[in-house]
Design a protein around this ligand. Structure first.
Ligand code: LIP
Length: 270
C-alpha cells in the first residue's frame, strides 16, 4: 500500500530494495550478451554506458514506482526524479560497468534508500558472484545470513587497502602519485573496479580499508551503510562526509591512520 510520504520502516524499505535488486540482477544475468555494446560514453571515452545499464535502471525505476509511486529517485543514468514525502531511492544499476563490459566477475546492482536525507537501508547485489550484501540502520550488515564485521586492530603497515581510479588522464596522474606514496606504507593494494563492492569487502573483512577520489553518491550510498553497520568508519577528509572529493572506510583506528596519510598527499588536487 503506497502512502504519500508516510514514515516507512527501514526493514520494510530494505525488503523492497532487495526484491528489486534481485530482479534487476536476474535480468542483467539473463540478458548480458557475450560482448555488451557500448551505447555511449560520459566523462571520457573510457567512461562507458551499455544498453543494460539503462535497462536495469528503467526496471528499478518501474518497480519503485509501482510499489511507492510518491518516492523520489536519484539514478546514475536517469538523474534526479523528485517525489513527495521523505523517501528517496539512490540507484546505481551497474556499479563496475567496465567489469560488466569485459565479463569480469565484480559488478553490482546498488540500491540505497534515504529517509529525510539519511540512508536507512542498502543492498549491493554482486550478481556474478551471487553475493547479496544488505543493511538497514541499526540492524547490522549481512551476507548470506551471516552478520558482517570489519577487521579491527590492523595497523596501517599491515592493511590490505582497496582503491580505484577515475576516467580522466589528469586525475589518474594525481591518483598514481598518491598511490605511489600509499603503496610502500601498507600491506598491499587491491583495485576491484566497483566502489560498492570494495566497501562491502571492508564490511566482510576481505580488505581492511578503502579510499577513492571520484565515486558518486550512487556508488557509495548503499555500501557506505553496509560498511558502517559492519563496524567501519565511513567518510571523507577532515571530518567531511564521503563525497566524490574523497570517500574512505575502515575500522576506527585504521581509518584515522589512513586518513592522516592521505591528508598529507592532498588527493583532492587532481
Ligand atoms: C566505478 C566505481 C569505481 C571506480 C570506477 C567506476 P561505475 O563506477 O564504482 O570505484 O574506480 O572507475 O567509476 O562507473 O562502474 O558505475
Amino acid at each position: 500500500m503506497a502512502e504519500r510520504g508516510g514514515e516507512p520502516g527501514a526493514s520494510a524499505l530494505l525488503e523492497l530494495a532487495v526484491e528489486i535488486a534481485e530482479e534487476a540482477g536476474a535480468m542483467l544475468l539473463a540478458k548480458r550478451p557475450a560482448r555488451p555494446e557500448v551505447l555511449a560514453t560520459k566523462s571520457s571515452p573510457t567512461d562507458v554506458v551499455t544498453a543494460l545499464d539503462r535497462a536495469a535502471e528503467e526496471l528499478i525505476r518501474a518497480r519503485v514506482g509501482q510499489a511507492r509511486p510518491y518516492d523520489a529517485i536519484l539514478g546514475e543514468e536517469g538523474g534526479d526524479t523528485p517525489g513527495e514525502g521523505s523517501v528517496r531511492w539512490i540507484v546505481d544499476p551497474i556499479d563496475g560497468t567496465v567489469n560488466f563490459l569485459y565479463g569480469l566477475p565484480d559488478w553490482a546492482v546498488s540500491i540505497g534508500v534515504e529517509v529525510d536525507g539519511e540512508i536507512v537501508a542498502g543492498v549491493v547485489n554482486n550478481v556474478p558472484r551471487g553475493e547479496l550484501f544488505t543493511a538497514h540502520r541499526g540492524g547490522g550488515a549481512w551476507l548470506a545470513g551471516e552478520r558482517l564485521r570489519c577487521n579491527t586492530g590492523v595497523p596501517l603497515d599491515r592493511a590490505l587497502v582497496s582503491t580505484g581510479f577515475g576516467y580522466g588522464a589528469d586525475r589518474r596522474r594525481v591518483q598514481a602519485e598518491v598511490l605511489a606514496q600509499v603503496l610502500p606504507r601498507v600491506r598491499d593494494i587491491r583495485r576491484g573496479g566497483s566502489a560498492a563492492i570494495d566497501m562491502c569487502a571492508v564490511a566482510a573483512g576481505r580488505v581492511d580499508a578503502y579510499y577513492e577520489r571520484g565515486p558518486n553518491y550512487w556508488d557509495f550510498a548503499a555500501a557506505g551503510l553496509i560498511a558502517v553497520e559492519a563496524g567501519a568508519r565511513f567518510g571523507g577528509l577532515h571530518g567531511k562526509p564521503a563525497s566524490p572529493g574523497l570517500t574512505m572506510c575502515a575500522a576506527p583506528g585504521l581509518f584515522e591512520d589512513l586518513h592522516d596519510l592521505l591528508a598529507t598527499l592532498d588527493p583532492e588536487r587532481g
